[in-house]
Design a protein around this ligand. Structure first.
Ligand code: DLL
Length: 431
């Protein structure tokens, strides 16, 4: 192992976490007015942090805190130590801007290199990077990690399918990195063009959005790849590369020697035990530019309390199951898109793409329409049966009525970015 530590023990990890936590609280308190005020208001001083358990006494940080301090929220170093900024678009309000010191950028590349190592790459691999460059952390994250690891980076970025196909064939790329939506788009394109015999992609690394099992399976089949790896990350926490599932695909290993993950109940804000779903909260241990103290990601997952057969001592969390702010209310029922996705993924005869449309009918009654595609090669005559089956499954498993529309394969939009699943056309979108 070159990047993944192989000498970690639980005791050593706890020692690293305690030192890192103490350092982060001291650093943030003494260099950021924002953090100083927040920590002081909670009645704490940095010296009060004596064990990892004291983390729970610290106040949370949330996305609003990043907007209030715009344009340099959470900044904890002088400007002359900042070598780069990144931003995530954010659907409402101002962008979230995060600053990085030279050490942050360096550490992020090391962490990302662990992902490539965990995915079993070698320096012979050719890594085609199909995510966006620029203010978004994605492109530069995948690239810096690849260069640090020592494989060949092909920084194609979010180019069109034509260009990606050409590069795959000419450069004989072996690894493809993108969002889940882009990987599906490319897999279908390769299939349509009959390019499978001419390409050498063996591994796909995807993230930035949820990817259903059905979607993963389709990508595997159409691209002829051995493994599809799930990579997690968010702008606030460096960017992509904060964890990846190994080839056993039992969960996402994360770098607990660089950050502490807690999972909390988003209502009571109390930590939930391992294995139970909740909102992921992150505290960094070595981040200088914009450290995070109990930052609420709003991503839903669970910590996994088991050892992975791969033998790596870094702990795991489950795939991201959704976001607390993805939830919508339909006829007084709280629904996450991932619940609909789960029902759909168990229905034979349909594709992996779907859209949920919420409409307000005359008389004020809400209606939910679920659009899905017939499986490639499926028969139109089967549509009425499929419609009935899906509506009935939704009724039984989610306890709501819905209309289902079966579309021709490939008719829902494929995007190079993150796919939008829910379209709420109702007045004042009920959340
Ligand atoms: O999406 C960073 C990234 C780029 C990760 C490319 C992986 C690959 P943001 O734009 O700040 O950063 O969005 C972060 O995306 O809070 C999750 O809701 C979602 N997300 C990221 N990775 C995954 C994943 C990047 N593997 C937000 N599965 C996060 C599900 C994911 N959702």
């Amino acid at each position: 192992m070159r990047f993944i530590p192989d000498d970690l023990t639980e005791a050593k990890l706890r020692e690293i976490q305690l030192e890192g936590l103490k350092w982060t609280v001291r650093h943030a308190y003494h260099h950021s007015i924002y953090y100083q005020t927040k920590i002081r208001d909670s009645g704490l001083r940095p010296e009060d942090i004596r064990s990892v358990e004291d983390l729970e006494r610290l106040p949370f940080t949330d996305k609003e805190d990043l907007q209030e301090g715009y344009p340099f929220p959470l900044r904890s170093v002088p400007f002359d130590e900042i070598v780069r900024i990144h931003a995530s678009s954010g659907t409402t309000g101002k962008r979230k801007i995060l600053c990085y010191t030279a050490k942050d950028v360096d550490l992020w590349a090391d962490m990302f290199a662990r992902c490539y190592e965990l995915a079993g790459l070698t320096r012979q691999d050719r890594v085609q990077i199909a995510v966006g460059y620029g203010l978004w952390t994605a492109g530069v994250g995948f690239q810096a990690g690849c260069e640090r690891f020592g494989a060949m980076a092909l920084p194609v970025g979010p180019a069109n399918a034509e260009m990606h196909c050409e590069m795959m064939v000419d450069m004989q790329s072996t690894v493809f990195c993108s969002t889940a939506s882009m990987a599906l788009l490319m897999a279908e394109e390769i299939h349509k063009r009959g390019l499978l015999p001419n390409i050498k992609i063996k591994k796909v690394i995807l993230g930035a959005e949820r990817c259903s099992d059905a979607m993963r399976q389709r990508i595997k089949e159409l691209m002829g790849v051995e493994h599809v790896f799930d990579i997690y990350g968010l702008t606030e926490l460096y960017g992509p590369g904060t964890g990846l599932d190994c080839h056993f695909h039992e969960g996402i290993h994360y770098w607990a020697d660089h950050f502490i993950y807690e999972v909390i109940d988003p209502v009571s804000l109390k930590p939930v035990p391992s294995g139970k779903d909740g909102e992921l909260v992150v505290t960094t241990l070595h981040k200088e530019g914009s450290p995070l103290i109990r930052y609420r990601t709003h991503d839903i997952t669970r910590l996994l309390d088991r050892n992975c057969p791969c033998g790596i001592l870094l702990p795991m969390h489950d795939r991201i199951l959704g976001r607390t702010d993805d939830m919508f209310i339909y006829r007084a029922v709280n629904i996450y898109p991932s619940q609909i996705e789960h029902v759909l993924s168990q229905v034979e005869g349909i594709g992996s793409e779907f859209q949920i449309h919420l409409e307000e009918r005359e008389g004020g009654r809400d209606m939910m329409k679920i659009c899905v595609e017939r499986k490639t090669g499926g028969r139109k005559d089967d549509d009425p049966g499929l419609t009935e089956l899906i509506a009935s499954e939704i009724r039984h498993k989610i306890l709501v009525r819905s209309n289902v529309e079966i579309l021709d394969p490939g008719s829902l939009p494929r995007t190079q970015r993150k796919s939008q699943r829910v379209f709420d056309h109702r007045n004042g979108n009920r959340k």
